[in-house]
Design a protein around this ligand. Sequence first.
Ligand SMILES: Cc1cc2nc3c(=O)[nH]c(=O)nc-3n(C[C@H](O)[C@H](O)[C@H](O)COP(=O)(O)OP(=O)(O)OC[C@H]3O[C@@H](n4cnc5c(N)ncnc54)[C@H](O)[C@@H]3O)c2cc1C
Length: 475
Amino acid sequence: MAQPFDVVVIGAGPGGYIAAIRAAQLGLKVACIDDWKNASGGPAPGGTCTNVGCIPSKALLQSSENYEQAAHHFADHGIGVGELTLDLKKMLARKDAVVKQNNDGIVYLFKKNKVAFFHGRGSFAKAAGGGYEIAVAGAANETLSATHVIVATGSSPRQLPGVAFDEDRILSNDGALRIPGVPKTLGVVGSGVIGLEMGSVWRRLGADVTILEALPGLLGMADEAVAKEALKVFTKQGLKLQFGVKISEVKSTKKGVTVAYADAKGAAATLEVERLIVSIGRVPHTAGLGVEAVGLKLDERGAIVADEECRTNLPNVWAIGDVVRGPMLAHKAEEEGVAVAERIAGQHGHVDFNTVPWVIYTSPEIAWVGQTEAQLRAAGRPYKAGQFPFMANGRARALGDTTGFVKFVADAKTDEILGVHIIGPFASELISEAVVAMSFRASSEDIARICHAHPSLSEATREAALAVDKRTLNL
Ligand SMILES: Cc1cc2nc3c(=O)[nH]c(=O)nc-3n(C[C@H](O)[C@H](O)[C@H](O)COP(=O)(O)OP(=O)(O)OC[C@H]3O[C@@H](n4cnc5c(N)ncnc54)[C@H](O)[C@@H]3O)c2cc1C
């Protein structure tokens, strides 16, 4: 006899676990199924984000940044550290402990909200009684029945054609987060968010890092001036970036990996490295989900077809997060999870896709929300822009981190903020003000007239807003 639920969520990444909690808060009887296993085979809810994504990468970015600060920047503050040592094993263990705290936190939240958690693989068995039967293959095999199903099965790393991840020499994000010793040489294929973050971690710890990118330049989706500044700073830091590269062969040897490629001019080249991270994007994960059993529709990329409200082609089957269209970001998955739970409960869930922020946690950090100047030019929308450098910000000087700037882009006529682009210290935190402003459809003058604490990095945000009207006070 199938255990009955109002809502069964498949996947406990940021999309799924948040959807489950919100649905339970709204009084629905909820189950959440997730198959991620920790090192001892036990459950590890939190998905890619918690286990091999956002959380462990940020833990290592922080540890490696601390190391770099101690090695190269503490002396500027008059601090000597004697002989600097690196205990990589301890650094990786700390990262694992941070992951576990997050796994445990989700287990606690499920208990608190009375979400029934099933550890195992969930798949559609059949449509039944106006709902669906979901089979769980795990320690115990169970069948659940659901009125509504939310699919939140996430994504997996894309491999180079014919080059499988062995997580020893050829690494996905998973292996890249647990290299047992700092490699002398490290190759990275792909200069997207993951490639830049992982490349930065291992460069700071001492690896000679070369990044090969197929596209003609860095961060094509970011503001042009931000991308230009980022390239300048990353190159100065020692990341070797090559663009317009076409890879022909990747060979794993006992000593390392050899990558044969044509450079931007078409000349044949090879890269010999100890290890290679392949970060060329991610693919929606639907393997083993039993989509064919119920006729759930996928698109040509393998993503579940879902509309703006996350409705699939099947009644009462919803899909959210990385497994559907849109940016593969944890907070986008969470927003969709909350909105779907609210729609199921008869409320008007809403996600504003125009105000989903992007963040790259390199040093300097990069963050933006809304449209770039290039996008506005292409759309023929008149705009005005204002920019303010951290070099002229007192807090940034005190921090010793004056790289970068804040840029506002606003409608030429109404002054409504259309985009905010930041490269610099704590851009990940500063972007929130822009997200709030855009969510309330604020003008740049609104931000310019709001009191910002002194001395704070947020004053650079206000000054950039003032710059839209060419009236900065500190430049
Ligand atoms: C290295 C790295 C760093 C990242 N950093 C950031 C960042 O800083 N900020 C950010 O916003 N995003 C970041 N991301 C992206 C972010 O991790 C994803 O966008 C996010 O995890 C998507 O959430 P999700 O809930 O859709 O899926 P996932 O987190 O992938 O979770 C899906 C879960 O479903 C499980 N599952 C799949 N199929 C089944 C099944 N049939 N039965 C049971 N369980 C199943 C999976 O095992 C997994 O646990 C990063 C990604 C990587 C790889």
